[in-house]
Design a protein around this ligand. Structure first.
Ligand code: HEM
Length: 416
């Protein structure tokens, strides 16, 4: 039995291919996941039998073509998790429950019902002025940098990349500025698994909905309330929570992974102090090589079918191997050749449930502004310590750093 194979338990009934399933948890998703996906591909092909935490069977789709097929056919590969054929094996306190517990939201609906939710979200996001968004990101980035620029050192994850997206989201949601730090705190804690923080966050969204119903403004909740989809209050609350959180971790990782690349790779380090030409390239390279969300749960087969040579039964669960597909030699024959201007990565997924238009463009405005402001303000910033000592978060879903310690020449902020 090799390193990529399963070490404990026996395949559950009806999952004959899972006798040598690969655990979809453990330190290798944290250290060098792309090598792990390469080994999996050699050993198992594009559709890998995996065991989620707690020995729950699923399929990890790491072939680009196969992932495209899954995402393009929502009638065969549904987003409705209630179809899962192993719910009887899943304990109520399962660590991944938060990601797949059914709720009547944009995430778990299909077809016309999904479009009801998604059209309201797309409509609300489309009205965001991207110039104003850029301005707000710069203002928020400046404020975060002001707080540490005098000290000559910082952790760019906890002091910059993580708080920035949620503060920007608070602005997009029309939340009073003075409430934004509490919201930021609750969202970060909720994403780290705190049930109390999630409760406070959900209550904030419900309160916001009531306020915006009485006093609409130029913000996402007011636009979703006014949308002809006529979502119920329960649906709106779920969709607001998802729209606010869907990009948070991914945004923080996109900014953090891009800063790491620029601080550690000579191709970018040379231009760190002066040029801006390579920020766009660094952002795109990260979406391919250090995809902010490496795997995503999931899709459920609506009937028996075949995928990448595997027999998939009705109700089988599939994990979207976004990072695995991005490194598939079928589309990247030379793994050392950079992506250049190619944007056909799977970082935002594909199909009906892909990251909704124009969220990827808004995300790029935010990430680009964050990186550029940081470079302007800290022109001699360097990494503290060796690149190989940076620690990645223990997650098979996200690809982001625990911390990004840097140092720079301290600067005085006027008025402080
Ligand atoms: C680096 C930034 C981002 C990345 C990498 C990202 C990635 C993704 C991916 C991969 C999905 C699809 C998951 C699946 O198919 O199951 C998704 C869905 C979604 N994203 Fe993003 N996202 C980002 C930023 C954002 C932002 C800023 C927003 C909102 C302003 C947002 C809103 C959403 C929503 C609402 C969905 C659910 C769509 C649906 O199920 O129909 N995302 N995102």
């Amino acid at each position: 039995m090799t390193d990529t194979q399963r070490t404990a338990g026996s395949p559950p009934p009806g999952y004959p291919d899972h006798h040598d399933a690969v655990p979809l948890y453990g330190p290798r998703y944290q250290t060098r996941p792309v090598e792990l996906y390469r080994e999996m591909r050699l050993e198992h092909g594009p559709v890998v039998p995996v065991m989620l935490e707690g020995d729950i069977p699923a399929w990890l789709v790491i072939g680009y073509r196969q992932l495209h097929q899954v995402l393009s056919d929502p009638k065969l590969f549904s987003r409705d998790c209630r179809r899962w054929n192993v719910w009887d094996r899943v304990p109520p306190d399962w660590p991944l429950m938060a990601f797949i517990a059914y709720q009547p939201s944009v995430l778990f609906t299909d077809g016309a019902e999904h479009e009801r939710h998604a059209s309201a979200i797309r409509g609300a996001l489309s009205e965001i002025d991207q110039f104003e968004l850029r301005f707000q990101c710069e203002r928020i980035a400046d404020g975060l940098i002001d707080a540490f620029v005098g000290s000559g050192e910082a952790d760019l994850m906890t002091q910059f990349a993580q708080p920035l997206p949620v503060l920007v989201a608070a602005w997009m949601f029309g939340l009073p500025e003075e409430e934004a730090p509490d919201l930021a705190h609750d969202v970060v804690e909720a994403m780290n698994g705190s049930v109390e923080a999630y409760g406070r966050f959900a209550a904030t969204m419900m309160r916001l909905l009531q306020t915006k119903r009485e006093n609409p403004g130029p913000d996402i909740p007011s636009r979703m309330l006014a949308h002809p989809s006529n979502l119920t209050d329960e649906e709106l609350t779920h969709d607001l929570i998802i729209t606010l959180t869907a990009g948070q971790d991914a945004m923080a990782n996109w900014i953090g992974n891009t800063l790491r690349l620029m601080l550690t790779d000579d191709r970018f380090a040379l231009t760190l102090a002066g040029g801006r030409r390579s920020v766009g390239q660094a952002l795109n390279e990260v979406l391919w090589e250090d995809t902010p969300g490496q795997n995503s749960l999931g899709r459920w087969a609506t009937r028996d079918t075949e995928l990448g040579g595997r027999y998939i039964r009705a109700g089988d669960g599939l994990v979207l191997g976004l990072a695995g597909a991005n490194s598939d030699p079928a589309i990247r024959p030379d793994p050392h050749a950079g992506p250049g201007g190619n944007h056909a990565h799977m970082a935002f997924a594909h199909g009906e449930h892909r990251c909704p238009h124009p969220a990827p463009e808004l995300a790029e405005v935010m990430a680009q502004a964050a990186v550029e402001v940081l470079m302007d303000r800290l022109p001699d910033v360097i990494l503290e310590g060796r690149p190989e000592d940076l620690v990645w978060r223990p997650s098979m879903q996200m690809r982001g750093l625990m911390a990004l310690p840097v140092s720079f020449t301290p600067a005085h902020v006027a008025g402080r």
